[in-house]
Design a binder for this molecule. Structure first.
Ligand code: V47
Length: 357
């Protein structure tokens, strides 16, 4: 049944919407995995990447109330927190040696644009060699609104103050009818794509995500992938795509979340459809270590990294540990038959780097 698709994959022909739907609907998970693994090998050989990183969530106070999010709080609500810049620096200091800080948080009602710039400058001054991957397209759009500045200027100022690249969050699912049910106040899909395209035009590389396993259909997932593929054809600014497996606990929409088979299928179809994306990431915090390891045989080539203290997944019932050692990541990768490569934030093999004395 997948014979025609196999031929296309082996001759590097672009897959269509119908192909993607067929792949999502197949029960032949082994053939799907084999095709995705073949595709991954054409992009990355037998390499599987990881990075020494820390995730920092500066605040969970957010003006939006996304119905899939168990992390956000209103100002003054029980469990609300906001880190000072000094606390952020201390958290990074304690995590050293890491080469990357991944920073995303809520849309704080009181922080001015200058606060984000100060945060970046302070981190850059303290850790000159650290790569700062910060702020989703949703946060950047919020900065544009609170500052009254143009998108280009916001991006330029972030870059000037130390932003190295942007993570892929906030994309959720692009179908606006589903998005309206999930996160009515959030930046719409056109806005997310606009900010991302502007970031690429400003020389800022980004990732892209897709939240799946909630109210969306296979058609919605395919549509999401096609929109990303189209944008990447124009900009080539995306580095990695990360399918995010929805965690239902403590959320308004509830539900069950995706099964392990759905997780593997989504990784595999993403690898096959996003032929212009260099990397597909299996984010172990959301998938769990075991499914992430299997994902390396289903088209993924990156496990993210040591992570340390991410709070978004844990708020929604994530059961993976709060961090993983480099040795454990290497062992997970080796046991899958892939070759572990410690990378920097642009997927170059990590070089030795110094911690400020
Ligand atoms: O945008 C929120 C998702 C995202 C839930 O770019 C949830 O390298 C599952 O984007 N269940 C933030 N997901 C995380 C993110 C990310 C993670 C790792 C690597 C990168 C990267 C980006 O988390 C949000 C949203 O889509 N999220 N709540 C939940 N209940």
């Amino acid at each position: 049944m997948l014979g025609e698709i196999r031929e296309k994959v082996h001759s590097a022909f672009r897959l269509t919407r119908e192909d993607a739907l067929k792949l999502f609907r197949t029960d032949d998970i082994f053939t799907l995995g084999e095709l995705a693994a073949f595709s991954a090998s054409t992009h990355n050989g037998d390499r599987a990447y990881y990075v020494r990183n820390i995730h920092v969530n500066p605040t969970n106070i957010c003006v939006n109330r996304c119905r899939f999010c168990a992390f956000s709080r209103s100002r003054g609500e029980k469990g609300a927190f906001e880190l000072t810049i000094e606390q952020i620096i201390k958290n990074i200091e304690e995590a050293m040696p890491v080469s990357e800080a991944h920073i995303v948080g809520g849309l704080h009602p009181d922080w001015p644009f200058e606060h984000y710039l100060k945060m970046l400058s302070a981190i850059r001054n303290e850790f000159p060699e650290l790569h700062i991957k910060a702020f989703t397209a949703t946060e950047v759009d919020y900065m544009r609104r609170i500052s009254g500045k143009g998108l280009k200027e916001v991006l330029w100022r972030l870059k000037e103050h130390g932003l190295g690249s942007m993570p892929g969050g906030g994309a959720e699912i692009f179908n606006n009818a589903v998005r309206e049910k999930l996160c009515p106040e959030k930046l719409g899909s056109e806005g997310w794509l606009e900010v991302t395209e502007a970031a690429h035009a400003s020389g800022i590389r980004t990732n892209a995500t897709m939240l799946y396993g909630h109210l969306e259909s296979y058609e919605d997932r395919v549509d999401h992938l096609l929109k990303l593929r189209e944008l990447q054809d124009r900009t080539f600014g995306f580095q990695a795509f990360i399918p995010l497996s929805y965690h239902p606990m403590n959320t308004d929409i509830g539900g069950e979340g995706a099964s392990g088979i759905e997780d593997l299928k989504t990784i595999a179809v993403s690898r096959l459809m996003l032929d212009n994306f260099p990397h597909i990431k299996a984010y172990w915090v959301m998938l769990g270590e075991k499914i992430s390891q299997l994902a390396l045989l289903f088209g993924a080539d990156d496990l993210d990294g040591t992570v340390i203290d991410e709070k978004i997944t844990y708020s929604a019932g994530g059961v993976s540990r709060r961090g993983i050692t480099e040795e454990e990541l290497v062992n997970l990768i080796r046991a899958s038959g892939r070759k572990p490569v410690k990378r920097d934030s642009f997927y170059e093999p990590a070089r030795k780097w110094r911690v400020k004395a």
